[in-house]
Design a protein around this ligand. Sequence first.
Ligand SMILES: [Mg+2]
Ligand SMILES: [Zn+2]
Length: 99
Amino acid sequence: MASLSELQRMMDRLYGDRDRKRGPERTLLWLVSEVAEVAEVLIKGKASGSSYEDELADALAWLLSFSNLVGVDLESAFMRRYGSGCPRCKRIPCVCPER
Ligand SMILES: [Mg+2]
Ligand SMILES: [Zn+2]
C-alpha cells in the first residue's frame, strides 16, 4: 500500500511536466471542478454517471498535483497539522464547539 507521499510522487511522474506548464492557477480550477463532481455524486447519485470512488480519486489526484506545484509535501503537512490532535483544541477526539 502506497503512502500519501508516494502517491504524490506518482502524480509528479505521471503529470508533473503538464502540471508545471498549466501552472497553479489553472490546476486549482481543475481541483475545484473535481470537488464539484464529488458533490454531483452526492446530489444525483448514480444518475451522475460516476461514483464516489472515481471522483474522490480524481479530486485527490488534482490536490496532489496542486501540492506538487506549490512545493508542499502533503503527508508531512497533514501530519504536522492533524497528527497530534485537532489543530484548534489539540484534543483527540476534537472537543471544539460544533460548526
Ligand atoms: Mg472526475
Ligand atoms: Zn477541536
